[in-house]
Structure formats: structure tokens, C-alpha cells
Ligand binder design. Structure first.
Ligand code: AMP
Ligand code: MN
Ligand code: MN
Length: 354
């Protein structure tokens, strides 16, 4: 140092006070990190994957090391890997043991990090970027906005605050999350459409992107789907008379058709009218993941929340162990209670899926 000069003030780590942050605050946390591990929820969807990949790419661009991972038990579905051409995603057993800054994308509660949940206890800073009304408040810092149509919309703001121009891979990753969480822009209004247009301008080409995301299925999937849908049941009196349509997927089928199974609830929803659709898939023997869709009345996020899960008023999920009849009974009970007692939620920008 030249005599007489004053040393630059050290980058104050921890200068951003804990609690809610805006995009600029999130960017400051990331810039000040010695390393960043970006996580999304277990069994990631395009919003979790797209958010994590686009954010980690931006963090690398400002010269901070960053990787992405998703807790087990399940691996990332093949079609989602098309959103990670640069290979930022690492296996859960390869993540840094003590990440400096941990970012949790599209993750409303600690348990949604699956096998990586214990990292919350060792990271210096945990920043949650999420849009779930059921966000539990975990983490040291959070950028959480339930009005956002998808977590990618929040990540987009953080990337801009980092001063990083979007590359094609980031635009594709963000577009994928926005498209799926808004149900193909059915939700999210003009803001979602404007963001979508900006992402297309930045290189997300929808036709090719969506073809890659839906992947290709084996011919056997047709028969499996037919069997699952033939087993669907309708209970007109459920959910306070709005009705419930449900179906189940056994463990072997859920494992074999992991990429395809999340789409089934859409078929059930199409015939559920004003009622609720629920798909119960056996994620391991005796353990069920219930994926629910509805109009927002009753509020499925409240229903799932009381059973230990979460989500949005019109799309929520929960995991339960036990015989499938018990899981169904728990759903029937909570749907009935919520239909009678529930206030109508604000459905302004209600996300479609995850
Ligand atoms: P899915 O039915 O898996 O597409 O999820 C619908 C919505 O519920 C998404 O916002 C998920 O993040 C959320 N969700 C699903 N399962 C759970 C769970 N076990 N705990 C909390 N939120 C969940
Ligand atoms: Mn989401
Ligand atoms: Mn999600």
C-alpha cells in the first residue's frame, strides 16, 4: 500500500441485518460470500430448478464460487437437467460441508430441503428466496413474496441487482419456472407475460424449451397412465360438497415414471370442476406424497399445512406415512373442516404449481 493511503474498509460480512431483504440486500449478501450453495426443494420442479440454476450462474458471474444441489431421496428428473447445460448441479453428497451462504429457493419449510436440511445448522447465512404463503420464517434472511407468480420472478430481480446480464441458459431456466408455476401464463397477469417476453428476448425459445422439459416417455407410460386414471374415484360430498377426485400411484410405478407422475394431477383436476383433485403417489413403500389442486376454495395450503405440508391456496402438497386409506381419511377430514371454516384466500397471483 502507498504510504498515506487508507486501507479500504473490509467488506462487512453480516452487514445486511437479518430478516426480510429486498433484491439489493440479497445481492449484497451474495457478493460478500466466500462461497454459495444454492438449494431447491426435494423432488424439484422447474421453478425450484430454474431459480437455483439461474441464481448460481449469476453468483459465479460476480466471481463468487457457487454450486446447486437438491436433497434426496430422489435424483433430479432427467428433463429438468436440460435447464443446467453448464453442470452447476452437484449430487447431495458432493456439497460443501460448511457453506458460507446457503440459498434456499422455492422452499417454504426446512423439511423441504430433504437430506440437506442439516446444512441450515452450519451455514453462516441462510437466505430463503420463495413465494409460498406457507413460508415458515426459517433462515437468517429472506426474500419472500407470496404475490410473486414463481420464485424465478424473485430470482430475476436478484440477478438484476447483481448487475449480471442474462445469458441464454439463465433465460431458459427462469422461463421454465415461470411457465410451469403460472400454468402456461394462465396466472400471473400482465407482469408474468412481460417477464416471459423479456426472457424470450434474452434467448428462451419456448417451443424447443418446453419440448425438452416435457421429455419423452416410453410407450409403456400410456398403459400405466390408463391404469392410474381408471382407478380414479370421485367423492361428490367431500370438501363441503364441492367434491374430491383422487387417484393413487403405487411405489413401483412412481419410481419407474418419476418424470411423468407429476402431470397426472392435471388430468384429475380437469374433471374435478369446482372441487379438489388429489394424486397420492407412494414415494417409498408406505410413504405417500399427496399433490392437491383446486380453485383456492377451500384453501389447500391451509389443508396441507395442518397435515404437515404446504403450498398455495390452489396447489399444495403433503407427505404422510401409513396406509393410503389413512392418508385419504386425513385429507377428507381437513378438506371438510377447511370448506366449513376457511376464509377465502386472496387469489390475486395464485401460482399454479410449485
Ligand atoms: P406439487 O403438488 O408437488 O406440485 O406441489 C404443489 C405446491 O405445494 C408447491 O408449491 C409445492 O412446493 C408445495 N408442496 C408440495 N409438497 C409439499 C410439502 N410436503 N411440504 C410443503 N409444501 C409442499
Ligand atoms: Mn414455485
Ligand atoms: Mn416448486
Amino acid at each position: 500500500m502507498t504510504p498515506g493511503t487508507v486501507p479500504a474498509a473490509p467488506v462487512a460480512s453480516g452487514a445486511v441485518p437479518p430478516g426480510p431483504v429486498d433484491a439489493a440486500g440479497a445481492a449484497e449478501l451474495l457478493r460478500g460470500a466466500s462461497g454459495v450453495l444454492v438449494l431447491g426443494h426435494v423432488r424439484p420442479d422447474a421453478d425450484a430448478m430454474g431459480s437455483a440454476v439461474a441464481l448460481a450462474t449469476a453468483v459465479r458471474r460476480v466471481c463468487v464460487p457457487a454450486v446447486v444441489s437438491f436433497g434426496g431421496p430422489d435424483p433430479v428428473p432427467g428433463p429438468l437437467r436440460t435447464l443446467d447445460p453448464d453442470g452447476l448441479v452437484v449430487e447431495p453428497d458432493e456439497v460443501p460441508a460448511r457453506p458460507d451462504v446457503l440459498v434456499c429457493c422455492d422452499t417454504s419449510s426446512p423439511g423441504r430441503l430433504g437430506s440437506l436440511t442439516p446444512l441450515l445448522d452450519v451455514a453462516r447465512v441462510t437466505l430463503v428466496v420463495d413465494h409460498h404463503a406457507s413460508y415458515t420464517g426459517f433462515g437468517t434472511h429472506n426474500l419472500v413474496d407470496p404475490r410473486a407468480p414463481a420464485t424465478v420472478a424473485l430470482v430475476h430481480r436478484v440477478v438484476a441487482a447483481l448487475g449480471v446480464p442474462l445469458d441464454t441458459a439463465q433465460a431458459r431456466a427462469l422461463f421454465a419456472g415461470l411457465y410451469t408455476d403460472t400454468g402456461g401464463f394462465r396466472l400471473g397477469g400482465a407482469d408474468a407475460l412481460r417477464l416471459g417476453a423479456e426472457l424470450v428476448d434474452a434467448g428462451a425459445e419456448p417451443t424447443e424449451l418446453l419440448r425438452g422439459l416435457s421429455g419423452t416417455s416410453s410407450f409403456g407410460w400410456l398403459a400405466a397412465l390408463a391404469t392410474i386414471l381408471a382407478g380414479a374415484r370421485r367423492e361428490p360430498d367431500a370438501a363441503g360438497g364441492l367434491g374430491l377426485v383422487w387417484a393413487t400411484v403405487d411405489a413401483a410405478t412412481a419410481e419407474r415414471y418419476r418424470s411423468e407422475v407429476p402431470s397426472i394431477v392435471g388430468h384429475l383436476r380437469a374433471v374435478a370442476g369446482d372441487g379438489v383433485a388429489a394424486l397420492l403417489s407412494e414415494i417409498s413403500p408406505g410413504e405417500w406424497s399427496a399433490s392437491m389442486r383446486g380453485t383456492g376454495v377451500p384453501d389447500l395450503s391451509a389443508v396441507a399445512g395442518r397435515l404437515g405440508g404446504g403450498g398455495h391456496p390452489g396447489a399444495a402438497g403433503v407427505e404422510r406415512a401409513g396406509p393410503v386409506e389413512d392418508v385419504l381419511d386425513a385429507l377428507r377430514t381437513e378438506l371438510a373442516v377447511q370448506a366449513v371454516t376457511g376464509d377465502e384466500p386472496d387469489l390475486g397471483d395464485e401460482p399454479d404449481r410449485g
